[in-house]
Design a protein around this ligand. Sequence first.
Ligand SMILES: NCc1[nH]cc(CCC(=O)O)c1CC(=O)O
Length: 307
Amino acid sequence: MTKNKINIGTRSSKLAMWQAHKVKGALEQNFPEAEVEIITIKTKGDAVLDVALSKIGDKGLFTREIEIALLDGRIDVAVHSLKDLPTTLPDKLTLGGVLPRGEVRDVLVSRDGRSLKELNSEDKIGTSSLRRQAQLLHFNPELKVVDIRGNVNTRLRKMKEGYCDAMVMAGAGYIRLGLESEVTEFLEPEVMLPAVSQGAVAMEIRENDPEMSEIIDSITDSNTFLTTAAERTFLKTIEGGCQVPVACYSEVSGDQIKLTGLVAAVDGSKLLKESVTCNIESANAEAAALAEKLLSMGGREILKTIR
Ligand SMILES: NCc1[nH]cc(CCC(=O)O)c1CC(=O)O
């Protein structure tokens, strides 16, 4: 390795900074001679806080400005939550690798400590994710779902002030911010199938940068790379971003991978869910086939009413 300076680009939120520091730590451990710097960049998603995410509906909302810095050479690697990274990357950029996946499940945080099954028609549940909304309403059609925006701390404050009675967010966010004690309940994938790539940290690089490619490869977790690639293939085949009620989750055991995919109506009235287990070598092909299967089972009609 000849590179003596590595610039990491990231958003400035606490969660993004935690992730960038995790990458910095891994780089410093493997390349002690390199100087690693974190450069913070503001994205459109940070600027527009008063509009529901599902209404902005913009792919790359939290990533585009960082990618421009990467193309310009101001940074060498962009660190994002993989979940926020569109399945098709801009020209000349590529997903260099991923850190070992953290907590994949969503969590319920309620004001008075009641669990999901104890909530009722009087309760308002905050989420800005159509995927979570659909699964919450499928679990209990009586619940009232309200839109909530802002980072984890802002949302906690809003809930405590009475804006809602409970909310569902990614467990990884709570754990990374040291707020695990606020979690009421970890929701199992059977109840709340996580978003594609949830809990994984992405490292995006320039396509024509073999040196960074090798560096990022050396800190990449191959199991996470494999599972998230399959999940992203599912999402790409469905043609869904993070703003459609679609989910895919995969688990590896030995040389087998189990993929579960979901397409649901926003009001939870219809929910299609299918699983397939196959050899890890055919993970991507099977993920695409699973998406096609859900589309032809009625998923296409469901998604048409949303778009
Ligand atoms: N969409 C926002 C976002 N992007 C990444 C995370 C948390 C970390 C992760 O899920 O990987 C969150 C918060 C949330 O969904 O609650």
